[in-house]
Design a protein around this ligand. Structure first.
Ligand code: GDP
Ligand code: ZN
Length: 362
């Protein structure tokens, strides 16, 4: 058990959750908030410290829909066992949630994160500025039940600020808007009003708009370097994961969750192809059909960079997006496998018990 004890209100507890917890309290359970979902474990913040927990077999079995299992930001009812590990028995109703529909045999709802108060839609004031994309993000946030604010970043390199503001006012006249430069550390103090004690913020925005830079400014250090924890994957390799619910030094929390990146990619996936259709066209001349345009011989994309036909920055942006999509689909498959294996085990254990009972002569 981690020594870090949490004041429940500081991590978002309020009367809404309190009211929904009454029955569980009578059962001797305690409340906690999910800060990270690993392959099997859930890290839960509680008044007694950070508890490494698993969901109860019953909850896992009954969670016929993925949306019923805990996600980052959820409040849960758990019991701390004698070995200091937790067992999660229930997920409390969510005040807000980000979810998407997953097509399978049946269309399922997949919840990415829960109980976010404010979403910061981040957009860069550079050539990637895209008002339709902001509009799409806004729709996503409204559907979630959280409150949107717009952050226009990179003010230091914008020459058409007036035009940009006008465009935004057209789609959202009352949308709170903040113009900042994460690079120059300008305007970020305005953002603290959204991360009061107990408030939870999530960042949404395309790759490259400056989300990590903003986050690093707010937490006061470079998370890329210090925030990582290492966990072994199923092949014993070490993979880097991050604490996804980050406590800010002045109170409040920020959720930095791959699910948010996935949502944003998913809401963008049509325009990824569209935006990078030049690379798509170039790649038809690559020597290998499955060329990844990294170090294969006869790569037409690399050749285009060398000859100046394709901008290097644009190519790097493309690679970064592709890597993110790959990472997310791996993670998604892993999650799916873990859930299936766990359910399978539970069913076979249950079947054994039934068999034994049947063998008893009454
Ligand atoms: P993310 O992908 O949204 O997390 O974006 P990053 O924080 O990684 O930033 C992408 C790039 O934009 C980096 O090269 C940053 O240095 C740069 N950047 C971030 N904020 C600013 C800013 O305010 N002004 C300028 N000019 N560049 C910025
Ligand atoms: Zn290639």
């Amino acid at each position: 058990m981690d020594q870090l004890k949490h004041d429940l209100e500081a991590i978002g507890w309020n009367s809404f959750f309190q009211d929904n917890f009454t029955d569980f309290k009578e059962d001797g359970l305690i409340p906690g908030r999910i800060s990270e979902v690993q392959r099997k474990n859930y890290i839960v913040l509680t008044e007694l410290g950070e508890i490494v927990s698993r969901v109860s077999g019953k909850l896992r079995f009954e969670a016929d829909e993925k949306s019923k299992l805990p996600v980052v930001g959820d409040w849960v009812a758990l019991r701390i066992e004698s070995n200091n590990k937790g067992t999660i028995y229930a997920v409390l109703p969510r005040k807000s949630k980000f979810s998407r529909k997953v097509a399978g045999k049946i269309t399922e709802e997949q919840v990415m994160i829960a109980n976010v108060d404010t979403v910061w839609i981040v957009s860069g004031l550079d050539q990637d500025f895209n008002i339709q994309r902001i509009e799409r993000y806004l729709a996503l946030v409204f559907r979630s039940g959280a409150k949107p604010i717009l952050i226009l970043n990179k003010s230091d390199i914008c020459r058409e600020l007036e035009d940009r503001i006008k465009e935004v006012k057209e789609i959202g006249p009352n949308l709170p808007m903040h113009i900042i430069s994460a690079e120059l550390n300008e305007g970020l103090e305005e953002l603290w009003q959204y991360v009061d004690k107990g408030k939870t913020v999530a960042l949404l925005g395309s790759s490259g708009v400056g989300k990590s830079s903003i986050l690093n400014r707010l937490i006061g250090f470079n998370r890329q370097k210090v925030g990582s924890v290492r966990e072994a994957d199923s092949h014993g390799r070490h993979i880097t994961t991050y604490r996804e619910l980050i406590m800010l030094p002045k109170g409040g929390m920020i959720i930095d969750n791959p699910g948010m990146r996935e949502l944003q990619l998913w809401s963008e996936d049509e325009d990824i192809d569209e935006v990078f259709d030049d690379i798509e066209v170039l790649s038809r001349d690559c020597k290998f059909r499955d060329c990844t345009h990294v170090n294969e011989p006869g790569c037409a994309v690399k050749k285009a960079i060398e000859s100046g036909v394709l901008d290097l920055r644009r190519y790097q942006h493309y690679l970064k997006l592709k890597k993110e999509i790959e990472y997310l689909s791996i993670k998604q498959n892993q999650m799916k496998r873990v859930t299936e294996i766990a359910r399978g085990r539970y069913i076979s254990k249950y079947a054994k018990v039934v068999k034994k009972l049947k063998a008893v002569n009454y």
